[in-house]
Unconditional design. Structure first.
Length: 132
């Protein structure tokens, strides 16, 4: 992990990314997992050398972790927050994000997905009638 991060992001930039998380262990673990998986995936696809700059990698990470943190602060489950953050890092369409999050969380636990969907509707002030 460290070798991949140091090679593509840099040790100091990665340390700064983790400092943003204010020592919250849950956020640090999620962030470290995200960075590791994301960079490994890009490396397998041979996209790092050609297309991804350090700034782009940092921006993607920040979109993910800020969305994850905000979702958790609102009370969403870890699963929902993770999928929402992953989708939000790359996609801007809220309808797609909602469907994607619900589908992925429902695979793990339908009750959690329904609870998170209700919370999403409360936070976004959406009438549940339009969802179901």
């Amino acid at each position: 992990m460290k070798a991949i991060v140091e090679k593509h992001i840099g040790k100091e930039a990665y340390k700064e990314m983790l400092d943003i998380l204010n020592g919250n262990q849950e956020y640090r673990e999620v962030a470290a997992s995200y960075v590791k998986d994301f960079i490994a995936q890009l490396e397998v696809q041979s996209m790092l050398e050609v297309e991804a700059s350090t700034n782009e990698l940092l921006e993607t990470f920040l979109r993910f972790i800020n969305c994850y943190k905000l979702s958790r602060e609102y009370g969403f489950s870890k699963q929902w927050s993770k999928y929402y953050g992953l989708s939000k890092a790359f996609v801007r369409n809220e309808d797609y994000l909602l469907a994607d999050c619900f589908e992925n969380v429902a695979k793990e636990c339908l009750d959690t997905a329904k609870k998170d969907l209700r919370l999403y509707c409360e936070v976004k002030k959406i009438n549940m009638v339009y969802i179901f």
